[in-house]
Design a protein around this ligand. Structure first.
Ligand code: GAL
Length: 368
């Protein structure tokens, strides 16, 4: 009896060891075998629910991936890097077939991306590029440099700055940049500066605060409250009786904070109209603010189209096909140039908000 038990124990142990060895071989040393093909689960790691756009991004992707025959696991990191890493680790452990990640901090995912790679799980960087790792397969986003250009060109047009070499009255501007840990921030900034710099040089535009460098203008986690405090400070220390004519803002949430600061300082009346204020994302509250005449412009990035592009990419990757890309030069993450698909952003002001209804992004009722 004792011999039989021992034999069973030994053979079970051998069988387990044999299976584990086979598994190790088949998986190239990985402990996990991800799902592939239709029916696989897609891990969707989004940064925060504090902004409408990311809620829409997550929901659009979940809906579209499910329609294409996949299951989804949608997680939000509450803007905390450690949450996002834990969520990704969990997705890897569960053997999800693909990770789609909008990073909270683009440089903080190196280790967890290595784990995804070891587990043979492909990764698509969504809207924000993951930095410092070769283990990111594709990038789906909008042309981020162009977003910055659209904002700056709008300011130039609204202030009627004309050609930089024509000279003219100086106008004042204050500059805001996005979160320093988001790779998009420097693309928006460089796109905008490419347009504005000649006007700084010619003296048609001046930053009274002197804060003209990106690292003086960043806004951690794109937080509207942080932007509001900085704007309060910029106005009280630099403006006195002088007027702010324009504010370069890279995101609607930041614009909301800037507008609050300006209103507290007495802007927004007939005698003291608000300056030209840009934005990005065409969030409902900001589009309404544009219609009311507070924020002046935003940049519309259709999250449904970005989701559709990402689903097409993911579907190709999971079925052994090469996804379509349209940029293989501009998005170097420090370890590799990540093949990207970039969509076109569109500038929106009060004269073309109708476009958002025509495209079905908002209903007419939402904007009235
Ligand atoms: C950026 C994104 C912007 C805006 C911002 C704040 O990465 O490209 O469109 O959403 O984050 O959420």
């Amino acid at each position: 009896m004792r011999t039989r038990t021992l034999l069973i124990t030994v053979s079970t142990a051998l069988l387990t060891a044999g299976l584990a060895a086979c598994g190790q071989e088949a998986r190239g040393g990985s402990r996990y075998e991800p799902d592939t093909g239709k029916g696989a689960t897609i891990g969707l790691a989004m940064p925060t629910k504090s902004s409408e756009r990311w809620i829409a991004d997550g929901e659009n992707m979940a809906k579209q991936f499910e329609k294409a025959g996949y299951r989804t696991d949608l997680q939000y990191g509450d803007n905390k890097v450690e949450n996002q890493i834990a969520q990704l680790e969990n997705m890897i452990t569960k053997g999800h077939g693909l990770l789609v990640v909008a990073a909270i901090d683009g440089s903080a995912l190196t280790e967890v991306m290595r784990r995804a790679h070891d587990a043979h799980i492909p990764v698509i960087s969504y809207d924000r590029l993951i930095l410092g790792t070769e283990h990111v397969d594709y990038y789906a986003s909008f042309d981020n440099e162009r977003v910055g250009r659209l904002e700056a060109e709008y300011i130039v047009k609204k202030l009627k700055l004309g050609k930089p070499d024509k000279g003219g009255d100086p106008h004042t501007i204050e500059l805001f940049a996005g979160s320093p840990d988001d790779n998009n921030t420097r693309y928006f900034w460089s796109g905008a500066m490419r347009v504005l710099k000649p006007y700084f040089t010619s003296g048609q535009l001046t930053v009274r605060s002197g804060q003209r460098r990106m690292n003086q203008a960043t806004t951690l986690r794109w937080d509207g409250g942080t932007a509001q405090k900085r704007m309060d400070d910029l106005i009280s220390k630099n403006y006195g009786s002088a007027r702010v004519d324009a504010v370069l803002s890279p995101y609607d949430g930041i614009s909301i904070g800037v507008i609050s600061a300006l209103k507290s300082a007495g802007y927004g009346s007939k005698d003291r109209p608000l300056p030209v204020i840009t934005g990005q994302d065409a969030e409902l509250a900001s589009v309404k603010s544009i219609i009311r005449g507070e924020q002046t412009q935003t940049v519309f990035k259709d999250t449904r189209k970005l989701a559709a592009r990402t689903v097409a990419m993911g579907d190709a990757v999971l079925n052994g096909r090469k996804p379509k890309v349209n940029n293989t030069t501009d998005y170097d993450n420090g370890k590799k140039v990540v093949p990207s698909f970039l969509l076109d952003p569109v500038s929106v002001d009060k004269y073309n908000t109708r476009l958002l209804v025509d495209e079905g992004y908002f209903t007419a009722g939402q904007l009235s």
